[in-house]
Design a protein around this ligand. Structure first.
Ligand code: MV4
Length: 452
């Protein structure tokens, strides 16, 4: 059977480094790229790397990168046959995926149905249970009766956590150590979720105090194939913002690795998923793991997995959206060495991570063996105030974790960004930190370290 044609033109509904990452994939695939930009990003150098760039509105995201009619208009004007949403903005908006379908523009990601099923944490958990993917003990679905919630909590034992079905990334959660706190938490979480997401459904589960964040990269095609690309450990985070990601997860037992990765692939197969997804888990000290949520997009940290597997995740997403079968089977996917990513944000770690926007007068990224720099920044680039503060992802790949840390330490020493403040000094410290070097730190490690 002849393989379906790739797209002729892809519109990229995003900005910054991920827009550039997608522009580069398009160029390598012989696909024209259409960038869109807000007034705040006008003139940014990465826009010149696309075949065309279209202004879609004012700086605030609601008037540009989140504005569905403007993005669809840009796609129609430029005759794009597909839209890549990147991460953030509209990437996990099932309504947007549906609008794309109605306009006969291919959304490079899952179907709106698969996105909605996995995006709602209650239905995601139900799908997981049916697919024998480990989930935290807790309520069967959304809480309809406070008294039932109290009974469930008594059965599973405190502490419990109240979560919003429509939440994610830590929003709308409450931890309760007793019945009084649970009753209060149910009320406030419901109110917060209704206001923030327009959906007040909440559920409860056992709260795990010390855990690692382990997530599995998966890829699916429209023929029903699904594979995993192994795990990443993203435990080094502050206020739900990841700072460092790495793969493989340090010290994870090969049998546990196999189990968690196979579970993730099973879940997306059960959801009839195509495109890239990340299945997030919490892992306890005994390496028991429990599903947290599924991210139905390409993630910031996808290059970590690209480095250890040699697979181009953005290219594969585009191929899958075009209807091509995955070009590899599970047994073809092998990993080599160790990769680490440091997120370089325009923030001042010495001042509680206050944003530090402005013009960069010196931008001198590191190079040499095993170094990858994913960034849209250059000397003369001005970091706008409107968007998130990540300006660069610095990645290294080496034969093992120790060498990867040494390589990252070396690369961070070479890196010069002036005069704005960045997270580079913090990363330099972390590469020398005994706890991080040992490996296997939990999700609260960085916040404890910062308090010292
Ligand atoms: C949890 C948990 C402990 N136990 N669920 C935070 C974000 C969202 N993805 C889920 N989160 C958590 N869910 C149970 N049952 C602890 C967290 C959590 C967390 C998870 C991953 C990475 C960082 C975190 C920081 C604080 C809390």
């Amino acid at each position: 059977m002849p393989s379906p044609p790739l797209f002729s033109r892809i519109l990229i509904a995003n900005r910054g480094e991920i827009a550039l990452r997608i522009i580069r994939a398009c160029r390598e695939m012989g696909i024209e790229s259409v960038a869109v930009f807000s007034e705040a990003d006008r003139g940014a150098p990465y826009l010149r790397m696309a075949d065309r760039a279209i202004c879609i509105g004012a700086g605030p995201a609601a008037e540009s990168y989140l504005n569905i009619p403007r993005i669809i208009s840009a796609a129609e004007i430029s005759n794009a046959d597909a839209i890549h949403p990147g991460y953030g903005f509209l990437a996990e908006n099932a309504h947007f995926a549906e609008v794309c379908r109605d306009c006969r523009i291919e959304f490079i990601g899952p179907s709106p149905e698969a996105m909605a099923k996995l995006g709602d944490k209650v239905s995601c958990k139900q799908t997981a249970r049916a697919a024998k993917v480990p989930v935290f003990p807790g309520s069967d679905g959304a809480i309809e009766d406070e008294e039932v919630a109290v009974q469930v909590a008594q059965k599973i034992g405190y502490p419990v956590i109240v979560k919003a079905a429509a939440g994610g990334g830590g929003r709308g959660m409450r931890v309760a150590h007793n019945e009084i706190a649970l009753r209060a938490g149910l009320k406030s979480a419901t109110q917060e979720a209704a206001a923030a997401f327009g959906n007040g459904a909440v559920y409860i589960e056992k709260f795990l105090e010390r855990a690692r964040h382990v997530e599995v990269q998966v890829l699916g095609d429209k023929q029903g194939n699904a594979v995993h690309l192994y795990e990443r450990d993203c435990s080094v985070q502050r206020r739900h913002q990841k700072l460092i990601e790495e793969a493989p997860g340090p010290g994870i037992d090969p049998k546990k690795r196999e189990e968690v990765c196979k579970s993730a692939a099973r879940l997306i197969r059960a959801a009839n998923y195509h495109g890239a997804a990340t299945v997030e888990f919490l892992m306890d000290e005994k390496q028991n793991f429990y599903l947290l949520e599924v991210n139905t997009r390409v993630q910031v940290e996808h290059p970590v997995t690209e480095l250890i597997t040699g697979i181009d995740i953005v290219r594969t997403m585009i191929e899958a959206a075009a209807g091509r079968p995955l070009p590899f089977r599970q047994r073809d996917i092998v990993t080599r060495g160790h990769a680490i990513e440091c997120r370089i944000n325009a923030e001042d770690p010495a001042r509680n991570f206050a944003p530090s926007p402005g013009a960069i007068t010196r931008f001198e990224p590191p190079g040499g063996p095993g170094v990858r720099v994913d960034t849209h920044a250059v000397t003369g680039y001005r970091v706008p105030t409107n968007y998130d503060s990540m300006i660069c992802k610095l990645l290294v790949h080496a034969d093992d974790r120790e060498r990867a840390i040494a390589r990252m330490s070396r690369a961070l020493r070479e890196f010069v960004i002036e005069p704005i403040k960045t997270t580079i000094p913090l990363h330099r410290e972390l590469m020398n930190d005994a706890g991080f070097s040992r490996g296997g730190v939990d999700i609260h490690y960085l916040e404890r370290l910062l308090k010292k």
